[in-house]
Design a protein around this ligand. Structure first.
Ligand code: EPU
Length: 441
């Protein structure tokens, strides 16, 4: 298994460009099932989750998802709506991915819930049945290579069909789920009649998906607000030829900005979607970070230049749905909070279990008190020391890499597949800023 060897303590210097957005690209790829031809995708990030999504789409048969691949990424749930809309049925296992949320159900461990997807499809007239045993999920040929936890515990699998066709509906989300909104919006594009989605999520990735689908013949209104209206095409696939161009990844951009504020002599981030990161920038400003945003005529997005302030101050943060402080930036921000003077209260309101990495940062010398599954207090500043860590999920994995770059001494980070899932060639790009980081087998 590959790992990163990091020698920390060097100030970073130079330029880095933000890659195409993972969370905008994943639903767009899933939406290719809504098209009669094959759409063109541009600026997709070269990351593991995108590779898994492509494999999933290449292996789809009559709406049925390949269980082995689908279990690996949470975003596999995004394929179900388009598959149902296009083929009239689908079957799929409970999706895998980062273990950061509440357990999906008493019968599945670790996964995040998908109840709002199921409720939405039912409201559109779909019938859903549960196929509950692991033997339904795994193929007998590969059973001997399954990790033990997957053999012992049952992973729910579902069969979904719309025998009388999908009908438009008026649906209110119990919670404003991002992929839930994308999934139901895509399903509604091919349904019969009008769908209204209320209490919908309003993250920029939803708008990016809707804009692209509209360029190709869909009629979606209100994406980016809490109420989205979709005029269904009664099964007629999209046939437009407008390519999908992935916008810059706002989470990667925000993570780099945090890194710059914590560890740069001077760092310029190009392709920086500043308008999508106002909550983070307000927090960085309050923390005393020094930065400047510059627009130039050759690029749609500005650049930001940051450097580590002489003194960083503690700031309380609360993760929120867009346009609030993104939950995906919480772990990277905690690394900066370890360098700030005073106590920062970190309130994670979106997911349970997204502060579990804190114990590992404490082993490096951080002083983080976990109050409950949603709240932690970070007392700073702390001198971090190199340590051996395992990447727990995409964002906490990157946070460990950031902590290792700030720490004195050598760190090893294992399970870097988690970091590679969401960040393209991160070692090469950080090396260009002077980071001492090697990928070793
Ligand atoms: N929820 C339910 N039931 C559902 C779905 C969600 O209760 O059926 C709850 C979740 O447990 C959570 C809340 O709703 O408490 C919000 O979760 P959401 O569904 O919005 O998350 P998601 O759509 O699964 C996307 C991103 C995540 C990001 C969250 C929040 C993608 C592919 N994933 O996940 O990104 O953290 O929105 O912004 O877009 C990442 O990129 O590393 C990542 C985890």
């Amino acid at each position: 298994m590959a790992k990163f060897l990091v020698r920390g303590g060097k100030l970073l210097e130079g330029g880095i460009a933000v890659s195409g957005s993972k969370n905008a690209s994943l639903p767009a790829l899933a939406a290719s099932l809504l098209f009669s031809g094959t759409p063109v995708f541009q600026n997709l990030p070269e990351i593991e989750d995108i590779k898994r999504m492509k494999e999933l789409l290449e292996n789809i048969k009559g709406g049925q998802l390949n269980y082995e691949i689908a279990k690996k990424i949470r975003a596999s749930i995004l394929v179900v709506g388009p598959a149902l809309a296009r083929f009239g049925r689908s079957s799929f296992p409970h999706p895998g991915g980062c273990v950061i949320g509440a357990p999906a159900s008493p019968t599945s461990l670790g996964g995040r819930p998908i109840d709002v997807f199921l409720d939405g499809w039912r409201a559109m007239g779909a019938e859903i049945s549960l196929r509950s045993s692991t033997s339904d999920v795994k193929s007998p040929k590969t059973s001997d290579v399954f990790p033990r936890s997957e053999i012992v515990h049952s992973i729910p699998a579902y069969a979904i069909s719309a025998p009388r066709g999908l009908r438009g509906c008026d649906f209110t989300f119990r919670v404003p789920s991002v992929t839930g909104t994308e999934g139901l919006m895509m399903t509604a594009v091919l349904a019969n009649g009008q769908t209204i989605l209320r209490n919908a999520a309003q993250e920029p990735e939803i708008m990016s998906l809707a804009d692209w689908l509209n360029k190709n013949g869909a009629e979606i209104c209100g994406a980016g607000t809490h109420t989205i209206t979709i005029e269904g095409r009664a099964g007629k696939p999209l046939s437009g030829k407008a390519p999908f161009f992935a916008p810059p990844d706002r989470i990667e951009a925000g993570s780099f900005a945090i890194l710059g504020a914590a560890a740069a002599k001077e760092m310029t981030i190009k392709n920086f979607p500043a308008e999508e990161l106002t909550a983070l920038l307000a927090v960085l400003k309050a923390a005393g970070a020094e930065f400047e945003i510059t627009h130039n005529d050759h690029s749609l997005f500005p650049s930001i230049t940051l450097k580590r302030a002489a003194k960083l101050r503690a700031v309380n943060i609360q993760t929120k749905e867009y346009p609030g402080f993104a939950t995906d930036l919480q772990a990277p921000y905690v690394v900066l909070a370890t360098q700030a003077e005073g106590a920062s209260m970190i309130h994670e309101t979106i997911f349970e279990g997204r502060l579990n990495y804190a114990e590992d940062l404490n082993k490096m010398g951080a002083r983080i008190i976990l109050c409950d599954p949603h709240r932690a207090i970070v007392q700073g500043p702390s001198n971090l020391t190199g340590w051996n860590l395992e990447g727990p999920d995409i964002r906490a994995g990157l946070a460990f890499l950031m902590a290792a770059l700030i720490a004195n001494g050598e760190s090893q980070i294992g399970n870097i597949y988690q970091i590679d899932r969401g960040h393209e060639k991160i070692d090469e790009r950080l090396r260009a800023l002077g980071a001492d980081i090697q990928r070793v087998k």
